[in-house]
Design a protein around this ligand. Structure first.
Ligand SMILES: [Zn+2]
Length: 130
């Protein structure tokens, strides 16, 4: 054992790789349950929200060039609203629902989780069905 060793890496016997000092056992109570809220309901909500967002993205795609958002007139100007911008405006209701299921993260983290596997965003070549 070395008093100056920072004990950075445990070996397979849970002892410091450098000096052999034992790592403290981390004991969790037998009934330990991480408090993640109603995980089943939250996962289902993420899936449902993804499907909704997928539809929104498809509806926001340019029929002439589906890889781009469609042209709209916003404040007298023709412009393309990025999919994420359109979606961001729609995240509120599902976030509030997630909160009621015990979700503890922020709204922006919730949006991130939903967007993680939204097919039209994760696969830019996915052809929108119009
Ligand atoms: Zn050590």
């Amino acid at each position: 054992m070395d008093a100056d060793c920072p004990h950075l890496i445990p070996d397979e016997n849970n002892k410091c790789e450098d000096c052999g000092a034992p790592y403290p056992e981390i004991e969790l109570p037998a009934d330990y349950q991480p408090n993640l809220g109603n995980v089943m309901a939250i996962c289902k909500l993420i899936d449902e929200t993804r499907k909704d967002f997928d539809k929104i993205i498809k509806a926001n795609a340019d029929p002439q060039n589906p890889t781009l958002p469609k042209l709209r007139i916003v404040g007298g100007q023709i412009m393309r609203l990025p999919h994420k911008m359109v979606i961001q405006a729609m995240i509120g209701p599902s976030f509030i629902k997630a909160k009621t299921y015990g979700y503890r993260g922020t709204q922006s983290r919730w949006l991130e989780m939903v967007l993680e596997k939204t097919p039209t965003l994760t696969c830019p070549t996915a052809t929108p069905i119009l």
